[in-house]
Design a protein around this ligand. Sequence first.
Ligand code: HEM
Length: 123
Amino acid sequence: MQWYPIFKHIHMLAAYLTALLFILRLIMDAFGRPGWRRPPLRWIPHANDSVLLASAIALLFVTGWMPFVHHWLTVKVLLLVGYIVAGVFAMRQQLSKPVRMAAAAVALAQLLVIFHMAMAKPF
Ligand code: HEM
């Protein structure tokens, strides 16, 4: 069980970075500074998301928490899919500003609920 705090800290750090990097990209886009889309900057969120997912899988192994058994986790996984879809729309430059802003709001709302599910584990 000595791995648990390590995986959990990595997962939590990657989770907060995910939120920070998403908000930073939204702000840069809003100010007409799409420089983050060029490599290597554009790969940083992807690298962080890989760490987030790998640490999530590691946590499943060491804790015994399981999606579709523990429903806070099921909701988290479903919202993660929703967050990814909304996030893709929010970042799509071809879409109009109102559509992108609505998508960003939906993505951020889902992210908030993911954090709540992780911390409160209400069911
Ligand atoms: C955007 C995606 C995600 C975010 C923002 C996120 C966030 C968090 C946070 C903040 C915690 C720590 C909660 C606490 O204070 O105790 C946590 C724990 C955890 N997360 Fe995630 N997570 C995400 C995705 C996932 C996924 C996809 C899975 C697995 C399918 C997962 C599985 C877990 C597990 C098993 C724990 C440990 C619960 C415990 O032992 O207390 N997470 N997550």
